[in-house]
Design a binder for this molecule. Structure first.
Ligand code: GCO
Ligand code: MN
Ligand code: MN
Length: 388
């Protein structure tokens, strides 16, 4: 019989309204399944043990509707959160769907579009604060170009930074406690998107005035589309204390943004990713930004959502077993994993430099060393396959 993996609230799993709400529309075909209304969605998520939900302004409040209609939609959402016990874990702005954003939002060549985009975010930040969302995500899907002739990238990045800093100022002025998380993506829908990878985003943050309240929201699919290691991007973000949020899904390299069920493709990558998140003390939400295959009806959507959670918890269990295996400890010791935590020489001093220059090394002997990583990695594969 299949093993039971029941999530606990402290696992802090979260889904976007647009994920389980995805109706399978793609550039080639129309919606294939019915709308799941917000109350039904939240009840369904609560039933499978989810902790929280996230939203775009336009997922929750009808774009262009009167303030009273939009208020009613927020009130219904709040009421359903109360009834289901779910919390609002993140909010974000839809700055990509409406034709006004075809040339970008914060980086549109049209100044009025840029000002409208900032206003749209401010309005939703107020809603996010009311709902208690601790994180506000910025995914700049339309911030980019098809032709490098169309924008001076230096100006575009300056406008991007100006917008983020202005909005950070707004949050501080209002006394809200939320933090910002920038979500990189290399392309799609734009030919080239600004801040294409975790590395670009981390470097960009260092140029901001309010850099202390801005981190990253890396997504499995997006780094994988770039052919990069998601693990390494996340690990560096953790090292820089910038992993404020994470978008979990799955993806094959070299494809369009597939947003597959978490853990359905890259089993070894996900094993190490979950082990990293669990062992690093990451305390943010585990947010799924994925959707069911287009072949699915509403039952399939819930199979998809349960699958994301099940795979995360299964990898967490596998990671614990791996870390508790004495053969793994021995193999890691042989490989010298913990030895890398020991400082090499420390800060510069004239004495340390003179001491190092006077030291002699047995280069031949050092070059002969085997690191035993084949054996160590095979233990990981054995654990993943359940044959350890
Ligand atoms: C995508 C992105 C989005 C964002 C979302 C939240 O590729 O479509 O991953 O799903 O995560 O807009 O900002
Ligand atoms: Mn995505
Ligand atoms: Mn995402």
């Amino acid at each position: 019989m299949a093993k039971d993996f029941t999530p606990r609230p402290e696992d802090r799993f979260s889904f976007g309204l647009w994920t389980v709400g995805n109706r399978g529309r793609d550039p080639f075909g129309d919606a294939v399944r019915r709308t799941i209304e917000v109350p039904e969605m939240l009840k369904g998520l609560a039933d499978i043990g989810v902790y929280g939900v996230s939203f775009h302004d336009d997922d929750l409040m009808t774009f262009g509707a009167s303030e009273s209609v939009r208020r009613g939609e927020v009130e219904l959402f709040k009421k359903t959160l109360d009834e289901t016990g779910l919390v609002c874990t993140m909010a974000t702005t839809n700055l990509f769907f409406h034709p006004i954003f075809k040339d970008g939002a914060f980086t549109s060549n049209d100044r009025d579009v840029r000002r409208y985009a900032i206003q749209k975010v401010m309005r939703n930040i107020d809603v996010a604060a009311e709902l208690g969302a601790p994180t506000y995500v910025f995914w700049g899907g339309r911030e980019g170009v098809e032709s490098a002739a169309a924008k001076d990238t230096r100006d575009a990045l300056a406008r991007y930074a100006e917008a983020i800093d202005f909005l950070a100022g707004y949050v501080k002025d209002k006394g809200y406690s939320m933090r910002f998380a920038l979500e990189p993506k290399p392309n799609e829908p734009r030919g080239d998107i600004f801040l294409p990878t975790v590395g670009h985003a981390l470097a960009f943050i260092e140029k901001l005035e309010h850099r202390e309240m801005v981190g990253v929201n890396p997504e499995v699919a997006h780094e994988t589309m770039s052919g990069l290691s998601f693990y390494q991007g996340v690990a560096q973000a953790i090292w820089q204390d910038k992993l404020f949020h994470i978008d979990l899904n799955d993806q094959r390299p070299g494809r369009f943004d597939q947003d597959f069920r978490f853990g359905s493709e890259g089993l070894k990558d996900h094993f190490f990713l979950v082990r990293l998140l669990e062992n690093s003390g990451y305390s943010g939400v585990k947010h799924f930004d994925a959707h069911a295959y287009r072949t699915e009806d509403v039952d399939g959507v819930w199979d998809f959502a349960r699958g994301c959670i099940r795979n995360y918890l299964a990898f967490a269990e596998k990671a614990r077993e791996f870390d508790a295996d004495p053969r793994v400890a021995a193999a890691m010791s042989y490989t010298g994993v913990a030895d890398l935590a020991e400082p090499t020489i420390g800060s510069f001093s004239k004495e340390a430099a003179a001491g190092l220059l006077a030291e002699s090394f047995d280069v031949e002997a050092l070059a002969q060393r085997g690191y035993g990583i084949e054996a160590l990695d095979q233990l990981a594969v054995d654990h993943i396959l359940g044959i350890a």
